[in-house]
Design a protein around this ligand. Structure first.
Ligand code: ADP
Length: 680
């Protein structure tokens, strides 16, 4: 069995496990049944890919989407791992190659679509292949109540029983109902070793803004990140089209995506997004699970998501590679009305509706937060945290005021008018506006008429939005969205509680955006040169750019500027296969030299002690090329002999003589031994 740390370094090129990965991988290696819940981008794939390489036999991976499987297989092959997929999208040759790999025992990971499990031949195939582990990606797809339900996932339990091998299940969905279903359906009700990983994604910057010319706000956000891959989520299909158009007019590379599109154009967008560097997809939530791109640099919500879970899942698609990523979520009173109405008018039973309102409330609370957003977000998921320093409220603490009186005035305006009106009319009453509706209803005679003149209309809108956001008032769908007071507001109305509100910080949408850079100004030209190199190599190999190297690896290259292949090998994300394939090409960009001309044998040793030994042996050899006096006939060893010496480190002349002929032993033997012993 191979050492996991060694496999992590040499195959994946990573220095260290991410939090949680090591324990999970170890349990899987030990052959335990495992359920691991990790946030999107937490690095789940490694938790079964690495054990697959450390264990004997073949690991079968069940994954719900063909596109995801293909991506993972290609990524693994780029790492030099024998992986294959059996899906309906395969060509005959691809399938034959996979079956050959299974027969001759070379294949290590077999990805399979759940539909395959329906075929009676599959079990026999897997049995013959010597499957030693089943890994289930997106395990929440067994949940009948979730929106990703895949009936074929229900066959996995039977497969586990039939093969009698350990099973490791992975998901990012944390709610206890789903967990229970996974245990029932995949593990036959016997609780597996469970890991619930922390939900924090510290590299993602969080920001909310009240809507104020939302189109401009999104355009400004995108303008500051021009050339970076991003997603804009919209509430409606129509908006995806118009906003994509707007972004294109502003010079971005942007396309729309929504569930109303045909399957082919949708796949085309998915493929382009994964392949191209810097494409913006403007989408409805239909653009989701199939998105596995690790280098999405930003996610913006042009409309408020439907719940705190949806919000976290959607922004979680950014920055899976661990490099800095940014998010912006816009929200307004209209969003709140729309989301409430969707719940109220839905077909769910009453207790479900109550829970849905609760999840929306949690998101609204986050939108209207007065302190660190991450603290509040993680708190919702049951985790304690300190101020994060990576959200808009940590960057710029909000300007707050005692809003108790304003809230009481607003509540009283609503109550005195029979809780039958929306915010617009209630604000008219508060500021004492002379409108037809006010006169018609005689609302200018109310004691509350004109009692709120000290605040302007815009501030009152912010007050109402925050009251809705903090669930002091709810729009009532059965009465055209009229605002109704909730129980939570009663203590404030009675004067038993006070409340602080935020003064809306109207971030001027048209102020000049400051471009967000991933590296210092000084390193920026090198980073773009490295990106250009990556793009050229990706195009040549028809691979998505991130499969060559992740953004994070390029950033590290630009910052640390290694000058040798050995230094290059230390970059996080550079494993043996990639080093050999691409190391020299990137190094020559960094040093401006011709590292590509380094002998391929030497390249194979880069990053290892043998590499340094090889260089030393080569130096000694050239010193002795004409003998100790410089008068003999020139003599040298082949690079492959030098490599053997460097790798095997023979410790006496006899051992050297097994590798070199007599003349070479005479000339170099002792000098080589000195080099080889100097490192002991
Ligand atoms: P998930 O499936 O949990 O969303 P992935 O398995 O796709 O996450 O991993 C997200 C990204 O993190 C990938 O690009 C992967 O290469 C990278 N990654 C995983 N583990 C590590 C690690 N230990 N060190 C650095 N990067 C890692």
């Amino acid at each position: 069995m191979s050492d996991p740390h060694k496999v992590l370094r040499t195959v994946f090129g990573f220095d260290a496990f991410r939090p949680g990965q090591e324990e999970i991988a170890q349990a899987v290696i030990n052959g335990e049944n495992v359920l691991a819940i990790m946030p999107t981008g937490g690095g789940k794939s490694l938790c079964f890919q690495l054990p697959a390489l450390c264990r004997e036999g073949v690991t079968v991976v069940i994954s719900p989407l063909i596109a995801l499987m293909r991506d993972q297989v290609r990524s693994l092959r780029e790492l030099g791992v024998a992986a294959g997929a059996l899906t309906s999208g395969n060509t005959e040759e691809e399938t034959d190659a996979v079956l050959d790999g299974l027969r001759n025992g070379s294949l290590r990971l077999l990805y399979m679509a759940p539909e395959r499990l329906a075929s009676s031949a599959t079990e026999g195939l897997l049995r013959r292949a010597g499957i030693s582990l089943i890994a289930v990606d997106e395990a929440h797809c067994v949940s009948q109540w979730g929106h990703d339900f895949r009936p074929d996932y229900l066959r996995i339990g039977a497969l586990r029983d039939a093969l009698d091998v350990p099973l490791a299940a992975f998901t990012a969905t944390a709610d206890t109902e789903t967990q229970g279903e996974i245990v029932q359906k995949l593990f036959g009700g016997v609780p597996p070793t469970a890991f619930l990983r922390g939900f924090d994604r510290p590299n993602i910057h969080l920001e909310f803004q009240p809507k104020d010319q939302p189109r401009k706000q999104i355009l400004a956000f995108a303008a500051a990140r021009k050339g970076q891959s991003g997603i804009v989520y919209c509430g409606t299909r129509a908006k995806t089209e118009t906003l994509a158009q707007g972004l294109r007019e502003a010079g971005h590379n942007a396309v729309a995506y929504h569930g109303g599109m045909q399957a082919d154009p949708r796949r085309e967008v998915e493929a382009r997004f994964s392949r191209e560097d810097g494409l913006i997809v403007v989408a409805t939530v239909a653009f989701g699970m199939g998105v596995d791109k690790p280098d999405i640099r930003w996610v913006a919500h042009a409309d408020l998501p439907k719940s705190i879970e949806a919000y976290y899942q959607e922004i979680g698609r950014a920055g899976r590679d661990g490099a800095p990523a940014e998010t912006l979520t816009l929200f307004g009173a209209d969003d709140i009305r729309l989301r409430r109405a969707q719940i109220d008018e839905g077909i769910a039973p009453p207790d479900r509706k109550g829970a849905d309102h609760g999840r929306l409330n949690a998101l609204l609370g986050l939108a209207e937060a007065l302190g660190c957003r991450r603290k509040q977000l993680l708190g919702y998921f049951g985790e304690e945290a300190t101020d994060c320093g990576n959200c808009d409220l940590c960057d710029r603490p909000p300007d707050t005021f005692d809003g108790t009186l304003a809230v009481r005035k607003a509540l009283s305006a609503a109550l005195r008018t029979g809780e039958s009106f929306g915010a617009g009319h209630l604000i008219d009453i508060l500021v004492g506006a002379d409108t037809e509706k006010v006169r018609q209803r005689g609302h200018d005679g109310l004691p509350t008429f004109g009692v709120g003149k000290e605040l302007d209309r815009k501030t009152w809108q912010a007050v109402f939005r925050q009251m809705m956001g903090r669930d002091l008032m709810r729009p009532d769908a059965s009465r055209h969205g009229a605002l109704v007071m909730t129980e939570a507001a009663r203590p404030i109305l009675r004067g038993e509680a006070s409340i602080d509100l935020r003064r809306d910080l109207i971030v001027k949408a048209d102020r000049r955006p400051t471009p967000k850079a991933l590296v210092s100004e000084e390193d920026a030209p090198l980073l773009s040169a490295l990106k250009a190199k990556r793009r050229a190599l990706a195009e040549e190999a028809s691979l998505p750019a991130y499969m060559i190297f992740a953004d994070k690896a390029l950033i590290e290259m630009a910052e640390t500027k290694p000058t040798t292949l050995d230094g290059f090998a230390r970059i996080n994300g550079v494993g043996a296969t990639k080093l050999e394939k691409y190391g020299a090409a990137f190094l020559s960009v960094i040093t401006g030299s011709d590292a590509e001309n380094v002998h391929p044998t030497r390249r194979k040793l880069a990053g290892r002690q043998a590499g340094t030994l090889f260089d030393e042996l080569q130096r000694v050899q050239s010193e002795l090329a004409r003998g100790p006096m410089g008068t003999d006939k020139p003599l040298s060893c082949s690079t492959s002999d030098l490599r053997k010496l460097a790798e095997q480190k023979p410790n006496d002349i006899a051992a050297i003589a097994r590798l070199l002929d007599e003349r070479r032993v005479d000339r170099f033997g002792h000098a080589f031994l000195d080099v080889l012993h100097a490192t002991d």
